[in-house]
Design a protein around this ligand. Sequence first.
Ligand code: SF4
Ligand code: FES
Length: 373
Amino acid sequence: MSEATLFPPIGMLAELTHRCPLQCPYCSNPVELLKGNRELDTQTWAQLFRQAADLGVLQVHLSGGEPTVRRDLEELVDGLAMRGVYSNLITAGVNITEDRIRALAEAGLDHVQLSIQGARPATTALISHMHSAYEQKLDTARRVRAAGLPLTINAPIHRHNIEEVPEFIELALSLGAERLEIANVQYSGWALVNRDALMPSREAVEKQMEIVAAAQERLRGIMNIDFVTPDYFATYPKPCMGGWARDAFMVAPDGTVLPCHAAQTIRTLTFERFGERTLREIWTDSPGFNAFRGTDWMQEPCRSCDRREIDWGGCRCQAMAIAGDAAATDPACIKSPIHARMGMLVADAQAAAKTDKGTEFIYRRIAQVREPV
Ligand code: SF4
Ligand code: FES
């Protein structure tokens, strides 16, 4: 694809670190987590953000791991604010003082997205592997609102908390959130390793969809509820990342620039690090970014499908993980020749749920390297 046909990126996800005090088994980070000594320093992140702004990026999502473990976060936020770039802090909300939140707000932070693992303290402790996480998260939510920052609650949904969806809705309302994201877990990274332990049943998913639809109607104008659909139960896939290298990208803690968080599971592709080339060069000219841009790479049935510029063939990493071919139609699509495999994987997970394999998590830990199943 030539540079002339490219659009500038709008959004960027900056994984500032893989360090995190929590150990959620659904984490989207790669299984091979990077230690702190591999992270870009303050100056390099600041330079990268300046180049992102020059390239057209309007929103930067500061993520991790847990981004607040970076002591330079205020400085990085300040740099973004100076360039007029909207900054969103994606946080687990533990070990954060009131002063820290105030300092981030003063530095120009625009928005906070706080993840909560369960609407009940025991569920949050089970999933996060931290006993006091629930209380700390609620304190953080209140401090965010007290600092005048808009708040989104992110609720990653799986078998162990899908029954708590009505409670999540009430909790988000009570915390003054403007938005609640009911996000069914995407099975990549650590979630793929833990798929059998996390996958909900079809009945639970269907009930959840009814509850969310009714709440969206009831709370219109009061609180927005976004629903991230569960791929394994879908008819058509989501346009993952809005389409490969179409209007957003992410940067790993060591500066590797990627089209999405799981792109490195496609071993046939190589990705470049910021510093080896400029951000503009990587966005416009990297073979890894160009591999699945647009529609020219598509095979049938995507190639002749009238949805090809709606969902862009779905998720390349899910095609890799399940079909073994990153250029295949996402198996979440009903037109995929192996769509039935999704149902079989759900059935396998339900069978595993009755055994130890289905109840034991492999918690996210640095250096606990396992190959995805
Ligand atoms: Fe989307 Fe491809 Fe399925 Fe068509 S065939 S709906 S383009 S994934
Ligand atoms: Fe890589 Fe969907 S996670 S394209």
